[in-house]
Design a protein around this ligand. Structure first.
Ligand code: PLP
Length: 792
């Protein structure tokens, strides 16, 4: 973007004056942030409008997602506009520091983890590849909770209000009304510009905020019934108040259902209004719109679309259903049983009775279809969208949607041949794979400026930023000592930066000379943070026995939030905190091992961790992690993957070579063979190191403060319960292989040159994990949309 420094300065000054009544010199960083946001908006709004008009001329795709884990906007927007250093200068001339202003921005943490971050990366890649792609989501007032770690290691949750939204534009003229059985609410869109890198296109993320139709009832207020008068108003505001902090597990809560319906009803009304304005004929909507459902959370969009057509537009039911079958596509994100979303019909009837009726009718039509195809009653029962008075959202999405995709090759194969095999047999043509990706702008240009500059220097230009496959050309430097050294120097500097940040926010000093071995992601049993912890306690015991043991210094970093109601996950965090206290305070090991659980892992923390990692820990039980995207961020930043043969790890090692990563443990087929026969106690009894590590939970090595949490963890591994076999995630079965793989890391790390070569080869082969590649595949294979670029 070209801009006049003085214009920006004057705008900042003006917005400080009219919005806050302050002079620049007296403004807080948050005020400067918001003023700068408005100043930039003012400059880019013409392009934003132009992009909209351009996209109106062709078919568009809409990505509906209950979550968008955007992180901060300012720095990334400046990078994509190509004005980061210019704005830094502008602020400097005003006696302001861009870093301080960036740090005044709260993360837009409107998501839990991978699924929400994927949606955010897709938005950015959609803009950068000039695709007519728009996002629809909910503008939660409170995103994911803020996590603290107590001195004893326990997680504490605090509400975090999202205070800054420097680019969100409230568009009251586009409000719509969402109707529930016994009350209606206003849905107000807030538009966030999604700025392309290297082109003038600006796409839109539209987030809905729920507001009451009348603020509060004056009659009631005047009669002193204050509570009553506020209640109605709160009931509306509640809908977009808070993000459910649950990752991979759905609970049938009424408020959650309200949120889902609010999101899809507002989004569809918006799309339909626009289509009517531009094209008039609603029958042509499927030619102009493809709608992607990010997981089953927005699946009510299907019956809501039919409702709007039939009840408001006078279309016949079969016509509306036929149109729906051409418009909706569904992405599956997980095969964990507890994540498959179901809603009780009674709840749906209570809240949105007309939608209940429409789902029944869709199901009836679907069953008729199956009967005609000659399916038996038993088979039909299995496929039914409604079973035992419960709506199976995935069944609805697959029965009506025209495409179903998994998010990594292994995951898509498991969907086809195992989890959704019966559906695959019914509709083989619907099933696809779309391996996830990450946007290189945020995850390299913005977060790792040192490596970015060096790559551009080596490749001679910045074309690789928009075509990440060009990184492949770096491979020719694999034997160039100067390049290898420089890459390791950059890694070291990034580690120093992380050390400084951690010193500031955690109060702990780390050693940048040590290996940074990092496992950051939501806390879940299947992700096996506990296996990593057992490895560490075993290493510690071995070092105590043999103080001269020859290992490189190593720092184990953990991070990630546990769902507040997930007791076992919280117990695991506490256990890691406890071993961290034990190990970090033991002077006899001379700081050879350190363990840290960083607090409040989020996008902004990830941006500091990824560039500083030596080892990326991706150790989920094979078959359980659909794809992972953290693994891709680490790879792009030159870390080696230490992981199981799971999700996108498989494709990572196919791309960069098994010899340049550390793959260990049971594979899907091994686990299939073991299932039903696995006995964790055999491992516990046979191997003293396994026994010692597991028993550290209960032998007084560490303490849960008398809560019994650690005994519960121990029981989950060795005793099980009536509803769950012991060690369902095969920690003990994989322990030995984990240990051997970590030994290989130690050996490899000693050979500095070889280590640098592995890092380089990983970077050079990370190109296919750009979300540009992913989004272009969706555009071509599912949405049938084409790029449209604003002229320069
Ligand atoms: C990338 C990312 C995730 C996803 O990590 P996985 O290791 O793929 O589970 C979760 N949270 C944040 C903040 C992220 O940036």
């Amino acid at each position: 973007m070209k801009f006049d420094k003085n214009v920006i300065k004057q705008s900042i000054e003006r917005y400080c004056k009219v919005k806050y009544g302050v002079k620049i010199g007296d403004a807080t960083n948050v005020q400067i942030l918001n003023a700068l946001g408005l100043a930039i908006l003012e400059e880019i709004i013409p392009e934003w409008e132009e992009t909209e008009q351009l996209y109106d001329k062709q078919k568009r795709a809409y990505y509906i997602s209950a979550e968008f884990l955007m992180g901060r906007a300012l720095g990334n927007n400046l990078i994509n506009l190509g004005i980061y250093s210019e704005i830094k200068e502008v602020l400097k001339e005003l006696n302001l520091d861009l870093n301080d202003v960036e740090n005044a921005e709260d993360d837009a943490a409107l998501g839990n983890g991978g699924l929400g971050r994927l949606a955010a990366c897709f938005m950015e890649s959609g803009a950068t590849t000039n695709l007519p792609l728009q996002g629809y989501g909910i503008r939660y007032s409170n995103g994911i909770f803020k996590q603290g770690i107590r001195p004893d290691g326990a997680q504490v949750e605090e509400v975090e209000k999202w205070r800054s939204d420097p680019f969100g534009l409230r568009k009251e003229n586009l409000e719509v009304e969402v109707e529930f059985k016994d009350f209606n609410v206003r849905a107000i869109p807030y538009d966030t510009p999604i700025i392309a890198y290297g082109s003038r296109n600006i796409n839109t993320l539209r987030l809905w905020q729920s507001e009451p139709k009348v603020e509060f009832d004056f009659m009631l207020f005047n009669s002193q019934a204050y509570d009553e008068s506020v209640r109605e108003s709160n009931r509306a505001k509640d809908i977009s108040r808070v993000l459910y902090p649950n990752d991979t597990n759905e609970q049938g809560k009424l408020l959650r259902l309200k949120q889902q319906y609010f999101l899809v009803s507002a989004s569809l009304q918006d799309m339909i209004r626009k289509h009517k304005e531009i094209h008039g004929d609603l029958n042509t909507l499927p030619e102009w719109a493809a709608i992607q459902l990010n997981d089953t959370h927005p699946t009510l969009a299907i019956p809501e679309y039919i409702r709007l057509m039939v009840d408001h537009e006078g279309m016949g039911f079969s016509e509306a259903l036929a149109n729906a079958k051409k418009m909706f596509a569904y992405t599956n994100h997980t095969i964990l049983k507890e994540a498959l979303e179901k809603w009780s019909m009674d709840l749906i009837k209570k809240l949105i009775p007309r939608i209940a009726k429409i789902i029944e009718k869709i199901n009836w039509e679907f069953i008729e279809e199956l009967k005609e195809k000659g399916y038996s009653t038993d088979q039909i029962d299995h496929y039914s969208i409604i079973q035992y008075n419960t709506v199976h959202m995935a069944n609805l999405a697959i029965a009506v949607g025209y495409a179903v995709n998994g998010v990594a090759q292994l995951h898509s194969d498991l969907l086809k041949h195992v989890e959704l095999n019966s559906w695959y047999k019914l509709f083989p043509e619907k099933f696809q794979n779309k391996t996830n990706g990450i946007t290189p702008r945020r995850w390299l240009n913005y977060s790792n400026i040192r490596l970015t500059a060096y790559i551009s220097e080596l490749l001679g230009n910045e074309d690789w930023v928009r075509d990440l496959s060009k990184l492949k050309a770096l491979e020719k430097y694999v034997n160039d000592d100067a390049v290898l050294k420089k890459i390791m120097d950059i890694k070291y500097k990034n580690k120093e930066s992380l050390v400084n940040y951690i010193k500031e926010v955690e109060g702990i000093t780390l050693d940048p000379e040590s290996i940074f071995d990092i496992q950051v992601k939501r806390l879940h049993e299947y992700k096996r943070q506990l296996l990593n912890a057992f490895y560490i306690i075993d290493l510690y015991y071995r070092l105590k026995e043999n103080p001269n043991m020859d290992i490189p210094k190593i720092t184990f970093i953990f991070g990630g939030k546990a769902f507040p109601g997930y007791a076992r996950a919280k117990a695991i965090i506490k256990y890691i905190g406890q071993i961290s206290n034990l190990i970090n305070n033991d002077e006899t090991i001379n700081g050879k091992i350190k363990v840290l659980y960083v607090q409040n892992y989020r996008v902004t923390y990830a941006e500091k961790l990824m560039p500083a990692a030596d080892v990326s820990k991706q150790i989920s039980t094979a078959g359980k992690e659909a794809s992972g995207t953290g693994n891709m961020k680490f790879m792009l930043n030159g870390a080696v993957t230490f992981g199981t043969y799971d999700g996108a790890n498989v494709e990572i090692v196919q791309a960069a070579g098994e010899e340049n990563n550390f793959i260990f443990g049971l594979r899907v087929e091994d686990i299939e063979k073991l299932s039903g026969k696995y006995n964790s106690r055999e491992y516990y009894e046979k191997y003293p190191d396994i026994k010692r590590a597991v028993d550290s939970l209960i032998d007084g090595t560490v303490s849960d403060g008398g809560s019994g949490e650690f005994q519960d963890l121990w029981n989950s591994l060795l005793v099980g319960s009536s509803w769950e076999a012991p060690d369902t995630y095969y920690l003990l079965a994989d322990f030995k292989a984990f240990k051997q793989a970590e030994e290989k890391v130690f050996v490899a790390y000693k050979n500095k040159k070889h280590w640098a070569q592995m890092c380089l080869i990983n970077i050079a082969n990370a190109g296919q994990f750009s979300s540009d590649r992913t989004i272009l595949e969706y555009a071509k294979d599912i949405w049938n949309i084409k790029p449209a670029t604003l002229s320069l």
